[in-house]
Write a protein that binds this ligand. Structure first.
Ligand code: C5P
Length: 366
C-alpha cells in the first residue's frame, strides 16, 4: 500500500482524528452559546447558517481541487520538458477549468445527492438540538450515531460485528440513557422549564428527538460517503464540491420559505432579513462547522466512520469540562456515570477496527 500522507511527520490519519475531536468540542460549545445567549426573538436563522456552511465549504474545496489539478498539470509539463514549450497563463487556466468541470460533472456525480440531502437535514437538526439541550448532554446523546453508523455499515457494507462490539453498542445505549435520565430529572426539578443561562426556555425532549434523527442521517450519510469515496478513483475535493453543489438546493429551501414568511411581516429586503441577528457568534459557529466538515471528509478518507466515532467521543470529556466552566453545568454522579459508560463502550467498540477497513476494500459497489 502507498505510504500514509503526513504533515510535519505526523500521519494525516491521526492528525485529522485529533483535530476532529477538538473541533467537535468547540462546535458544541460555540453553537450552544450562539443559540442561548440571546432571547429567542433575536436569534439568527439556522437555515442561513447551514446555507453559508455549504457555500463556504464548496468554495474552499473548489480552490483546493483547482490547485491540485494545477500541480498535476505542471508535473506533466515538467515530464515533457524541454520538448513542450510552457503554455500561456490563460491557456493553462482554461485547461484546468475544463478538466475540473469534467471531473465535477462526472456521470456518477448524482451519487453525492443522497449524502448531500441527509447532511443538510442533519445540520439543521443540530441547531434544534443545540438550542434545546445543555451542551454536554447534547454531546453525549449525539454519540448514539456510533450505533446508527454500525447499523448502516451492517446493512450497506454487510459488515460483521464481533460479540464484543455488539456488547459495546449495548453499553453505549445504556450510557446515553443514563445521561438522558439526568437531563429529564433536571427538567422536572427546574420550575417553568427554564434552565439556561439567560432565561431561554429549552425543551429537552424536542432536543432529544432532534439528536436521534440527526444520528440516523449521520450514520447513513457517513457510510454512504465512505462507499462513494473508497469505491472510485475521484479526488476527495472533487467529491466535496459535488456534495456542496447537491446541498445548495435543499439548504436554500428552508431559507426561501422562512424569508417568504418574514418579508410579508417586516417588509425588509431579502438579503438583510437573511442575515438578521447574524452576529459574530453565528459566524463563529459557521466557520467552526466548515472546518469540521473538511476535517470529517479527511477522516473518512484516511481512516473510517468508526474511528471517527472514537475521536468524537474523546471530545465529550473536553466539552463536558468546558460546559461546567462556561455554562454552570452541574456535574452530577449520574452524568459522570453515563459519560464513563459511553467512553468505555466506545473504547470497547474500537478494539477491532481492522475488520471495517478490510470489509470496505473487499466490497464492490457501483
Ligand atoms: O456528526 P457527523 O460526523 O455525521 O457530521 C458530519 C458533518 O460533516 C456534517 O456537518 C456534514 O455536513 C460534514 N461533512 C462535510 N463533508 C463531507 C462529509 C461530512 O462537510 N465530505
Amino acid at each position: 500500500p502507498p505510504p500514509l500522507p503526513s504533515l510535519w511527520g505526523i500521519p494525516l490519519k491521526y492528525l485529522s482524528l485529533v483535530t476532529l475531536a477538538v473541533q467537535n468540542s468547540a462546535l458544541t460549545i460555540i453553537m450552544h452559546y450562539s443559540r442561548v445567549s440571546t432571547p429567542p426573538s433575536r436569534t439568527y436563522s439556522a437555515a442561513t447558517a447551514v446555507l453559508m456552511n455549504e457555500i463556504l465549504k464548496g468554495a474552499i474545496s473548489l480552490v483546493i481541487a483547482f490547485m491540485r489539478i494545477d500541480s498535476s498539470l505542471v508535473a506533466y509539463e515538467n515530464a515533457q520538458a524541454p520538448y513542450v514549450p510552457p503554455r500561456p497563463f490563460t491557456d493553462r487556466f482554461l485547461i484546468r477549468l475544463r478538466r475540473l468541470s469534467r471531473e465535477v460533472f462526472s456521470p456518477d456525480c448524482w451519487k453525492l445527492s443522497i449524502p448531500a440531502i441527509l447532511y443538510v437535514i442533519q445540520n439543521n437538526l443540530q441547531y434544534v438540538a443545540a438550542s434545546n439541550l445543555e451542551a454536554a448532554t447534547f454531546q453525549v446523546t449525539y454519540q448514539m450515531k456510533i450505533l446508527t453508523t454500525a447499523a448502516f455499515s451492517v446493512l450497506l457494507l454487510r459488515k460483521k460485528l464481533s460479540p464484543s462490539q455488539w456488547l459495546s453498542l449495548l453499553f453505549l445505549a445504556i450510557g446515553v440513557g443514563i445521561v438522558q435520565i439526568q437531563a429529564g430529572i433536571d427538567k422536572a426539578t427546574t420550575e417553568g422549564a427554564t434552565h439556561s443561562t439567560e432565561g431561554l426556555s429549552m425543551n429537552p425532549w424536542k432536543g432529544f428527538l432532534a439528536v436521534v434523527a440527526a444520528c440516523f442521517t449521520s450514520g447513513l450519510a457517513g457510510v454512504y460517503f465512505e462507499m462513494v469515496l473508497k469505491n472510485s478513483q475521484a479526488d476527495l475535493w472533487v467529491r466535496n464540491i459535488q456534495l456542496s453543489l447537491f446541498s445548495l438546493l435543499p439548504a436554500l429551501g428552508p431559507v426561501v420559505l422562512a424569508q417568504h414568511v418574514n418579508a410579508a411581516q417586516s417588509g425588509g429586503s431579502f438579503v438583510s432579513s437573511l442575515f438578521e441577528n447574524f452576529g459574530a457568534w453565528a459566524w463563529a459557529t459557521v466557520f467552526v462547522q466548515v472546518f469540521g466538515g473538511l476535517i470529517t471528509a479527511l477522516v473518512i478518507k484516511y481512516s473510517d466512520n468508526i474511528l471517527k466515532g472514537f475521536a468524537t467521543s474523546l471530545s465529550i470529556v473536553m466539552s463536558f469540562l468546558a460546559s461546567v466552566a462556561l455554562f454552570d453545568f452541574k456535574m452530577t454522579i449520574t452524568f459522570i456515570l453515563g459519560s464513563t459508560v459511553v467512553l468505555i463502550a466506545t473504547w470497547l467498540y474500537n478494539q477491532h477496527p481492522a475488520r471495517v477497513n478490510s470489509m470496505i476494500n473487499r466490497e464492490s459497489w457501483s
